[in-house]
Design a protein. Structure first.
Length: 147
């Protein structure tokens, strides 16, 4: 379900939906197995955003600490995260609306998933316009279909 938030005093209107989960290639899982809960990705390779791009994402993937995982690839690009995961480099957090449609990718530890919020931001002056309402409705529908 899409959550809409209106800030007091005419602040921007926001909408959020959780859409990012960890994935790995079928080849990677066949070779290395799935990570186990409570083992902090021990024995697993991780593909992550560069620390300056998102420092908070380094501590955990899907709520599981990354302390014993091995960082093998860093990037500032979501497209490159996809390519690295598809190539079997390791485990990466990816947008579900695309990763679920990649036949070579599988969700990792789906029972521990703690997805991130993705925000659709609209300025308060534009929020009530017909074109913005059409756009917000279209985005909400896309997220609903991607479930």
């Amino acid at each position: 379900m899409l959550t809409r938030v209106q800030f007091p005093h005419g602040g921007p209107a926001l909408a959020s939906r959780k859409v990012i989960l960890p994935y790995a290639s079928r080849e990677y899982i066949a070779a290395r197995g799935e990570p186990r809960e409570g083992e902090a990705f021990d024995g697993h390779d991780l593909v992550m955003y560069q620390q300056p791009a998102s420092p908070s994402m380094w501590a955990a993937l899907c709520g599981e600490p990354t302390a014993r995982g091995r960082l093998v690839f860093q990037t500032q690009s979501t497209a490159m995260l996809f390519e690295a995961a598809l190539a079997g480099f390791g485990i990466a957090e990816l947008p579900c609306f695309r990763a679920d449609y990649e036949p070579e990718l599988v969700r990792v530890m789906p029972h521990r998933a703690e997805p991130f919020d993705v925000w659709l931001v609209a300025h308060a002056d534009l929020y009530k316009t017909a074109r913005m309402q059409v756009l917000i409705a279209a985005v909400a529908e896309e997220f609903a279909q991607a479930r």
